[in-house]
Design a protein around this ligand. Structure first.
Ligand code: G1P
Length: 289
């Protein structure tokens, strides 16, 4: 088996973000900021650091701010330059001309459908998927750790993290086979199992390295949990045909699709910052005692 390198990453960013209304009424949820950076930028930086060469956004109506964020901001840059201000905080966001690539998901038919919308750009090679709601902090970063593992075992490698047993109905859940260090064989997958029926508490935290055959399975547009076309269901059909492993990340996860997780991410990352950390710490201590 030849192990092809992972060069492309798909970011499904068409979601409506109803959990964050009214903040996300006129602004993409991926532009919500943790300290001073939008969620999408954390995910894109994670991918670039992991060696990804092509960024693919699966976007939709009302998501123009994402495109602007990764573009040159002519007025801003010209003004900052004229005022002698450093452009370093915005220059590193910009991509090469012609990148990222944007494709549209016209209707919210599920994560599997969103990934499938990128099929022409992905083509016949393995690719990564990152869900920007899930903010991962670690060195090396989550995707970089997964790519290193993938380069050893090939096939499909998906994130695998333990959650509280009462939360398993919110996620894709792995039925685990043999474990070898950070890698766990995936015996089966189920999307949002009903309470009390989960095969384990090992959830899929929005990081995937997948073989292109998953796109052919998604072609069938079969629906699953919540009436949506689920990526988890399509991946499940690859088990037994291709190597399939879960990878447990050595680092910290913040579920920024949820208000509590989002506030925790802001607090944790603010406390770690040299510039604002001490003041935030003093405030937090005084506030909570
Ligand atoms: C999606 C996936 C699920 C995964 C989760 C991670 O669910 O379908 O398998 O565990 O992301 O955040 P969603 O949060 O879109 O309902």
């Amino acid at each position: 088996m030849t192990i092809k390198p992972i060069r492309k990453a798909v970011f499904p960013v068409a979601g409506l973000g109803t959990r964050f209304l009214p903040a996300t009424k006129a602004m993409p949820k991926e532009m919500l900021t943790v300290v001073d950076k939008p969620l999408i930028q954390y995910a894109v930086e994670e991918a670039l650091e992991a060696g990804i060469e092509q960024i693919i956004f699966v976007t939709g109506r009302g998501k123009g701010a994402l495109e602007d964020h990764f573009d040159i901001s002519f007025e801003l840059e010209t003004t900052m330059r004229a005022r002698g201000k450093s452009l370093s905080v915005i220059e590193n966001i910009r991509q090469q001309p012609g990148s990222p690539v944007y494709v549209r998901q016209q209707e919210p038919l599920g994560l599997g459908h969103a990934v499938w919308c990128a099929r022409e750009i992905v083509g016949d090679e393995p690719f990564a998927v990152l869900l920007p709601d899930e903010l991962m902090v670690g060195t090396p970063n989550f995707l970089a750790q997964m790519v290193a593992a993938y380069n050893e075992v090939g096939g499909n490698v998906i994130g695998a993290l333990e959650v509280a047993p009462e939360d398993t109905d919110k996620y894709g859940i792995i039925s685990p086979g043999a474990r070898n260090g950070a890698l766990t064989e995936v015996a089966a997958l189920v999307e949002k199992p009903a309470k009390g029926s989960a095969p384990s508490n090992l959830m899929i935290p929005g990081r995937y390295i997948l073989q292109p055959e998953v796109m052919q399975i998604l072609d069938a547009k079969e629906t699953g949990a919540g009436g949506e076309i689920q990526l988890t269901d399509a991946m499940a059909k690859l088990i037994g045909k291709q190597p399939f492993h879960g990878f447990t990340f050595n680092g910290e996860r913040f579920d920024c699709g949820d208000k509590t997780g989002f506030i925790m991410a802001n607090l944790a990352l603010a406390l770690d910052r040299a510039d604002i950390g001490p003041a935030v710490r003093a405030f937090a201590k005084a506030r909570v005692g």
